[in-house]
Design a protein around this ligand. Structure first.
Ligand code: ARG
Length: 400
């Protein structure tokens, strides 16, 4: 393959650092680097310095947190998005945004290729490759880690041989983080029977060390999205950071499960997603108060489909937009307050209220004030069971 100018999604870690040098050497191409701030809590200035040190032609650094929340996290909240019922898709949601920015920078500098650091065994390669192709089929896509076939030791040797600074102590884990969560995999976690050690978690206090007093938090929703905490209106980014901190210090958001990757592999995945699990729980509970049973039933089916599309790298699949249109239509009615109790690893909804509540105490109460006429139930049950009772009678009579 022939490439002249490459824009690389640069994280500042060893893999993508080696890539800068490797691409230059292999293709004799200019390498531009791009780092986005998705809320990964890293020093972008330091990453920029590193990029220039190893020979980036020009480095681009951008804070896209707000866009990440508005265009990617918010739809995930409305969709109660949890892949296989557990994973809030934090890594998966970030990839299409990175792909988009790669393509934009490629156009800006006139590059003919873009590059990312995914391996050939995971979902991220699919998310990057599909999104980049969907946005600009003329761009070539390089995934050096997938191609170079270097073991970890060979990679270290390559780095040392080419003057690439190697971190003194290389993490045992492969980590990806953004505002919506922290994904940790590999190393000792590959044994699915062994409990994650204390060095795995960084955002969440172990539940046994969390405060002994519960913390209450009231989340106000408008059109399906959280807009205030304890009565204080916050920007979308600040709100998520606030919930990450509150839930994190109370031991909430640890996820440890076996996940089915798109490429067929089962893998043991560990996450810290304090804000994501807390906000989704609150949102889901408010929907139960404000949406009809029929709306909820169809929405649950589509939520599952939505999560799968996003997990499987099909953010740009038109079906996703159609599902979003349905979901947005339901979210017009999802507003109100949800009161949560955060305590030593558990996050429970203890109160909910809404002007648009379909729950009516006058109907559900067993007290004398009830407005529900119980005599109506008799005729209803007669019709409801009509076919079942008839079919059982016919088949019994015929001995079948
Ligand atoms: N299994 C998750 C996903 O496919 C997380 C991947 C995290 N990547 C990482 N480098 N640790 O979305």
């Amino acid at each position: 393959m022939n490439v002249d100018k490459v824009v690389l999604a640069y994280s500042g870690g060893l893999d993508t650092s080696v890539m800068v040098v490797w691409i230059k050497e292999k293709y004799d191409a200019e390498v531009y680097t791009l780092t986005l701030d998705l809320g990964q809590r890293e020093d972008l200035k330091e990453i920029e310095r590193r990029a220039y040190d190893i020979g980036s032609k020009r480095h681009f650094s951008m804070d896209v947190k707000e866009e990440f929340v508005e265009r990617f996290i918010n739809p995930a909240i409305k969709a109660n998005a949890l892949y296989e019922g557990k994973y809030p898709l934090s890594t998966a949601l970030g990839r299409p945004l990175i792909a988009e920015e790669l393509v934009k920078v490629a156009r800006r500098v006139g590059a003919d290729a873009v590059a990312h650091g995914s391996t050939g065994k995971g979902n991220d390669q699919v998310r990057f490759d599909v999104s980049i192709r969907a946005l600009d089929p003329s761009l070539k896509v390089l995934a050096p880690v997938r191609d170079w076939g270097l073991s970890r030791d060979e990679e270290l040797e390559y780095a040392r041989g080419h003057g690439i600074p190697v971190p003194g102590e290389r993490s045992k884990y492969s980590i990806d983080q953004n505002l919506w969560g922290r994904s940790i995999e590999s190393g000792p976690l590959e044994d699915p029977y062994s409990e994650p050690g204390p060095d795995v978690y960084e955002w969440v206090t172990p539940p046994e060390k969390a405060p002994d007093e519960p913390e209450y938090l009231t989340m106000t929703f408008s059109k399906g999205l959280p807009v205030a905490i304890d009565g204080e209106r916050l920007s979308p980014v600040d709100l998520i950071e606030r919930v990450n901190a509150a839930a994190g210090r109370n031991g909430i958001g640890l996820i440890d499960h076996i996940e089915d990757r798109l490429v067929g592999i089962k893998s043991r995945e560990v996450y810290e997603c304090p804000a994501a699990v807390t906000i989704i729980e609150a949102h889901e509970e408010l929907e139960k108060l404000t949406l009809t049973a029929h709306e909820l039933e169809v929405k649950r089916m589509l939520e599952d489909r939505w999560s799968r599309l996003v997990y499987d790298g099909l953010w740009l699949e038109p079906l996703r937009e159609h599902i979003d249109a349905f979901i947005d239509s339901t979210q017009r009615y999802v507003e109100g307050d949800v009161r949560m109790k955060l305590y030593k690893g558990s996050h429970s909804v203890v109160g909910r209220r809404s002007r648009l509540s379909i729950y009516k105490q006058s109907l559900s109460t067993y007290a004398r004030e009830s407005t529900f006429d119980q005599r109506m139930a008799v005729g209803f049950i007669e019709l409801w069971g009509l076919q079942t009772v008839t079919a059982d009678d016919v088949r019994r009579t015929e001995g079948r």
